[in-house]
Design a protein around this ligand. Structure first.
Ligand code: ZN
Length: 242
C-alpha cells in the first residue's frame, strides 16, 4: 500500500525544516536494488544450503571451512551486479545539500558510496575492503570475486579476509561510537528498511534526542510506537517523492 500524499507531505516538510539529518538503514535499502535480505521471507535464510547462512557466515566456519565459506560468499554476497536505487541517490543528494550529516548502514554492499554519499558508517563492514591477514595488503571486491578458491595474497601468499563483520565477531567500536555521536546530535533521524531487530545496531535508536524520528519500512517495526512518523512503504518510493 502506497503512503498517502498527506504523509509524504509531512515527511517532506520535516526534511525541509532540518539541517542535521542522520539516516540509519537496514537490508530493505538494498533489497530494492535486488540484493536479498538475510532475514526476509524471500531472503537467504529461507534458501536451501548444506548449512544455514548464519553458520556459513560465522567466524568459526570461515576459519574451519574457508573453501565452503568462499563458495557461498562468492555466490550469494559478491554475485550481485546491483546499482544504487532512488533511496541511495536521494540520501547522497541531501548530503551534498548539507542537510544530511551521515548515513549509518547495516549493509555491506557499498551502494551508498556508489550513489555519491561520502560519510557512510558501515556497522557490518564492507565487501569492498579485503586485507591480507599476514602482510595487510589491500584487495578490492573484484579480486575476491575472480580468485579461484580461497583468495591468497599476491605479495606474500597469506589468506585474505573481507572487512565484513561475521557472526561471532564484534562490531568496530570506533564506527559504533561515531554512529552514536551522529545520532545524539541529529535534529532528524530517518530509519529505513529495517525492522530494528538486530542488536546492538538496533539499540542505536535510543541515542536520538530529537522529535523527528521517521520510520520507513514495508512491515511494522519494534519502534513504531515511539516514532513521530511511520511510513509503511518502500524506501525508494518514499525518498523519490521528497
Ligand atoms: Zn600478504
Amino acid at each position: 500500500m502506497a503512503a498517502s500524499a498527506e504523509i509524504i507531505q509531512r515527511f517532506k516538510e520535516m526534511v525541509q525544516g532540518s539541517n542535521n539529518i542522520v539516516f540509519f538503514g537496514g537490508a530493505g535499502v538494498s533489497t530494492e536494488s535486488g540484493i536479498p535480505d538475510f532475514r526476509s521471507v524471500d531472503g537467504l535464510y529461507n534458501q536451501k544450503y548444506k548449512f544455514p547462512p548464519e553458520t556459513i557466515l560465522s567466524h568459526t566456519f570461515y576459519m574451519n571451512n574457508p573453501e565452503e565459506f568462499y563458495k557461498f560468499y562468492r555466490d550469494k554476497i559478491l554475485s550481485h551486479n546491483a546499482k544504487p536505487n532512488a533511496a541511495h541517490l536521494k540520501l547522497a543528494q541531501l548530503e551534498k545539500e548539507g542537510k544530511l550529516k551521515a548515513v549509518i548502514t547495516q549493509n555491506i554492499d557499498g551502494l551508498h558510496q556508489a550513489a555519491g554519499s561520502k560519510n557512510v558508517l558501515e556497522l557490518h563492514g564492507t565487501v569492498h575492503k579485503n586485507y591480507c591477514q599476514s602482510c595487510g595488503k589491500f584487495f578490492d571486491a573484484k579480486y575476491m570475486r575472480d580468485y579461484p578458491g580461497v583468495p591468497k595474497c599476491d605479495a606474500c601468499g597469506g589468506n585474505i579476509k573481507p572487512a565484513v563483520v561475521l557472526y561471532e565477531e564484534s562490531l568496530d567500536m570506533d564506527v559504533m561510537e561515531r554512529a552514536v555521536r551522529y545520532i545524539s546530535a541529529a535534529d532528524m533521524l530517518i530509519i529505513g528498511g529495517t525492522s530494528l531487530v538486530v542488536y546492538p545496531a538496533a539499540g542505536l535508536i535510543n541515542y536520538y534526542n530529537g522529535h523527528k524520528l521517521v520510520l520507513i519500512n514495508k512491515g511494522s517495526t519494534s519502534a513504531d510506537s515511539s516514532a513521530d512518523l511511520v511510513i509503511a512503504d518502500s524506501i525508494g518510493a518514499v525518498m523519490s517523492q521528497i
